[in-house]
Design a protein around this ligand. Structure first.
Ligand code: AMP
Ligand code: MG
Length: 291
């Protein structure tokens, strides 16, 4: 699949400046892509139905990106192909005071899906090694000196390890974690910010702090590379997808979701002979009604 060219599973290094933020390099036709996206949404619905009935594996999609890269709209459009009964979306904001009193995975555990369900994380525990690391937020945490007084690199190296182990733990508990970074260019982000300022229906999406973060755009790119390299694994891959054209991003995400569902248990439970006999007995009783 096309998305494979943007996949990182730990075997190669992620260099964002070498990766496209649009579809030009892939030489594709927009009309075809739109049709293929629609097809994928249908496949997704059919697969999810069986995945839900099967109930032996859980799926977690992590979406990370700079502001205005399209996380919300990707969720809105791509996930429209899924039955809401088996999906839950969690948006991870700045931790509140109760969350800050706990370890950083505490709030994540509460958002884990039951097996047979899909969780979509709009931002995630990756913020704890991204925004936290960039702004040294850990310095303000209530933690023991032995934790906070160590070298900063050591502190975050530990977090990378904890994340790898957490995702491995989930895999060994019959979950799959798929991580998606929406790779938007600085230029496109500017366009989208201007659109949010100019369009009253989008004003609410913009805050002055988005501009403050934009000033760190290049630092974030380097940090994302580091985080992707440190946490990409065969069983918990990263995808760094071009995000300057929403129609293309949606297509690639739809491919990834279909692929994840295809690789996950999705067999309708087969009844035992006894249970099947039971069904037939029920049929006979139903047919005997009013006759
Ligand atoms: P938004 O996704 O635009 O609604 O913004 C949510 C904000 O919460 C972003 O600026 C994130 O960087 C921030 N955020 C999410 N998780 C954390 C975290 N663990 N620590 C600090 N800030 C966070
Ligand atoms: Mg925002």
């Amino acid at each position: 699949m096309k998305a494979d060219s943007y996949r990182f599973d730990g075997s190669g290094k992620c260099r964002l400046d070498k990766l496209a933020t649009n579809s030009k390099a892939d030489g594709i036709d927009k009309e075809k892509i739109l049709a293929m996206t629609a097809e994928n949404l249908q496949k997704m619905a059919a697969l999810q139905d069986a995945f839900y009935a099967d109930g032996r594996e859980g799926l977690i999609f992590v979406l990370q990106a700079m502001d205005a890269a399209g996380k919300d709209s990707t969720i809105k459009h791509v996930m429209s192909g899924l039955n809401p009964q088996g999906v839950q979306v969690t948006s991870f904001k700045q931790p509140n005071s109760e969350e800050l009193k706990h370890d950083f995975l505490w709030r994540v555990n509460k958002a884990l899906p039951a097996r047979g369900s899909i969780a979509i994380f709009n931002r995630s525990y990756y913020e704890d090694v991204l925004v936290v690391q960039l702004h040294d937020l850990q310095k303000g945490y209530q933690m023991a000196p032995r934790v906070l007084e160590q070298d900063k690199d050591e502190f975050f190296a530990q977090r990378y390890r904890q994340i790898r182990h957490y995702e491995q733990y989930l895999y060994e508990n019959s979950y799959r974690v798929v991580k998606i970074f929406l790779h938007v260019s600085k230029n496109e982000q500017k366009k989208r910010f201007l659109e949010r300022i100019d369009n009253p229906a989008k004003n609410w999406k913009f805050s002055a702090s988005d501009l403050a973060e934009r000033a760190y755009f290049d630092d974030y790119q380097r940090l994302y590379e580091q985080v992707i390299d440190a946490t990409a694994a065969k069983e918990a891959p990263w995808y760094a997808l071009p995000a300057d054209q929403k129609w293309y991003t949606r297509y690639l995400v739809s491919e990834i979701v279909v692929d994840a569902l295809e690789h996950t248990s999705h067999n309708y439970p087969v009844l035992s002979t006894e249970a099947q006999q039971n069904l037939q007995d029920c049929r006979t009783r139903l047919e005997a009604e009013n006759s």
